[in-house]
Design a protein around this ligand. Structure first.
Ligand SMILES: [Fe+2]
Length: 178
């Protein structure tokens, strides 16, 4: 019987926690999703290796369902990442296009590899390679830009707060003079 150690949980369980509001909280969630998706990809890939034990029909169905779920979770992750990076002004058109192309290619190859364990293994390998490279490339760059933008924004707000407080004090002093 095939068992999957890594259970994807890209979706937020309803009623547990509110969605994160700051970029730093959002980044943490996105990185956790990255980790889970990578773990699931590795898990599924190990089941599709040529030397892995033979499958029963129920195992093939379980793996097919898990791959379908992986694809679904990946698309949700990409959409969430796009939304949150855009909110920080850090989603470029190339990044968005890379997501769209990857999702389209992954779905197409998923359909073509239906019922073929070896072809599905190649699909998983290609998807895993793309995901790892994308995380280290466009994602890392965009996340760093969003973090820097957040730091600049926070510094500007702090500076404005100090200036405002200083101005208030300056105007308050003469008013309290006899
Ligand atoms: Fe991305």
């Amino acid at each position: 019987m095939v068992t999957l150690a890594a259970v994807p949980s890209v979706e937020r369980a309803p009623g547990l926690r509110p969605w994160p509001r700051t970029w730093l909280e959002r980044q943490l969630l996105l990185e956790r999703q990255h980790d889970r998706l990578e773990a699931l990809l590795a898990d599924l890939l190990s089941l599709h290796l040529a030397e892995a034990p033979a499958w029963r029909a129920v195992d093939a169905l379980a793996c097919d369902d898990a791959c379908r779920r992986l694809l679904w979770d990946l698309r949700l992750h990409l959409r969430l990442e796009e939304r949150w990076l855009q909110a920080e002004g850090c989603l470029c058109s190339g990044h968005r296009a890379a997501h769209a192309e990857a999702a389209r290619a992954a779905f197409s190859a998923f359909v073509r590899s239906a019922g073929d364990r070896q072809a599905r293994g190649v699909w998983l390998r290609n998807l895993s390679d793309w995901f790892t490279a994308h995380r280290a490339g466009p994602d890392a760059t965009a996340y760093a830009a969003a973090t820097a933008a957040t730091a600049v924004s926070s510094a500007t707000v702090s500076s404005a707060t100090v200036s405002s407080a200083t101005a208030s004090s300056a105007t308050a002093i003469p008013a309290s003079q006899p």
